[in-house]
Design a protein around this ligand. Structure first.
Ligand code: NAD
Ligand code: TYD
Length: 355
């Protein structure tokens, strides 16, 4: 089996669902169920014997050691993280604890476990660190997109904590020979995206008749990738990536935030028009900018294409349409998340805290 951490979050849950559908190998899913973890994301595999969920922290060394000894996963894919830039600005502590200390403890437990393995089990073992393009910092408009050799220049507590964890992963590969791989991906969008991030927030606010908040002038550029394409890329790197290497993953799809919000408004105008006949565009509101707001991210995903034959399957138009339709068809999921009802469910199953 494989061990997936953070598999109840946005990308992790998409990955678990995709993995069971395409590969079918059992998954041990270790997730702390922070505010961002939602077991409702995994509803369609409820009762599936191939999925084993454990509530716990990647920084809980005793727990991780027990899980490794008991399940002997052949690979670990590390999605577990605090992931929201705005939250990292208001409270960086959790980001250091999970992204830096948690990743360190996970690596340390893995190093000790891996040292006990022999033969094929040892040679075939893989640790894949799921990271972000934000570690590279901000690009000027005329600069070429990020390549893997670009120096790290993180600007937010979130990206700094991810950068630190990527460095630890590299060090465990170089120093101890742990078979590591790292992927740095651009902004994802798709089903089960927590509505604090731009795309699901705009869909939710538009339908609720609330303002669509655009930070600053809205001309910041992000590269957007459909989450299913990201999952496929991670599968490919896990399967055939060269040990110790980093692979950038992106959609070849740079958009300003304003373009993204306008595209969402146009899709919503078509698929669920406002009752007063006005466009959702009229809800766009410019608000105070995010401190230290990176101006532009762009990914050169040439290496993963050349070496591993991966390219995104979705365009922005097809991926965004799928995404908007998914949110329109899953109003209950959004209502449970925004009302906090999904937390009640977690409490009912697991109590107030602990594993
Ligand atoms: P998310 O916030 O939706 O999910 C994170 C998950 O990790 C949650 O289920 C949470 O409960 C869990 N978690 C948090 N702390 C934990 C801990 N200490 N131990 C165990 N589980 C813990 O995040 P996401 O958007 O799905 O991102 C997943 C990974 O992908 C992150 O590492 C992030 O840096 C990276 N990434 C995200 C994007 C993006 O656009 N969302 C892009 C590139 C890379
Ligand atoms: P976000 O989805 O938070 O991802 P990240 O900061 O990791 O790129 O934000 C994407 C972009 O959208 C970013 O430039 C900030 C901007 N943004 C807004 O303009 N308004 C919003 O309400 C949010 C959440 C983000």
């Amino acid at each position: 089996m494989i061990l997936v951490t953070g598999g109840a979050g946005f990308i992790g849950s998409n990955y678990v669902l995709d993995w069971l559908e395409t590969v079918g190998e059992p998954v041990l899913n270790l997730d702390k169920l922070t505010y961002a973890g939602n077991l409702a994301n995994l509803k369609e595999i409820e009762g599936d014997d191939r999925h084993r969920f454990v509530r716990g922290d990647i920084g809980d060394s005793a727990l991780v050691e027990r899980l490794l000894a008991r399940y002997r996963p052949r690979a670990v894919v590390n999605f577990a993280a605090e992931s929201h830039v705005d939250r990292s600005i208001h409270g960086p502590e959790d980001f250091i604890q999970t992204n830096v200390v948690g990743t360190f403890r996970l690596l340390e437990a893995l190093r000790v476990h891996w040292d006990t393995l022999a033969g094929e089990e040892r040679d075939g073992f893989r640790f894949l660190q799921v990271s972000t393009d934000e570690v590279y910092g901000s690009l000027a408009v005329d600069e070429p997109p990020f390549v893997e050799s670009r120096r790290y220049e993180p600007n937010s507590p979130y990206s700094a904590s991810k950068a630190a964890s990527d460095h630890l992963v590299r060090a465990y590969g170089q120093t101890y020979g742990l078979p590591v791989l790292t992927t740095n991906c651009s902004n994802n969008y798709g089903p089960y995206h927590f509505p604090e991030k731009l795309i699901p927030l705009v869909i939710h606010h538009a339908l609720a008749g609330k303002p669509l908040p655009i930070y600053g002038d809205g001309r910041q550029v992000r590269d957007w990738l459909y989450v299913g394409d990201h999952c496929r890329a991670i599968r490919r790197v896990l399967e055939a990536g060269r040990l110790g290497e980093t692979y950038n993953i992106g959609g070849w799809n740079e958009k300003t935030n304003l373009e993204v919000v306008e595209a969402l408004c146009a899709l919503l105008d078509e698929l669920q028009p406002r009752s007063d006949g006005e466009s959702y565009r009229s809800q766009i509101t410019f608000v105070k900018d995010r401190p230290g707001h990176d101006r532009r991210y762009a990914i050169d995903a040439g290496k993963i294409e050349r070496e591993l034959g991966w390219r995104p399957a979705e365009t922005f138009a097809t991926g965004l349409r799928k995404t908007v339709k998914w949110y329109l068809d899953h109003a209950e999921w959004v209502a449970d998340v925004t009302s906090g009802a999904y937390r009640d469910w977690t409490k009912m199953h697991y109590g107030q805290g602990g594993v």
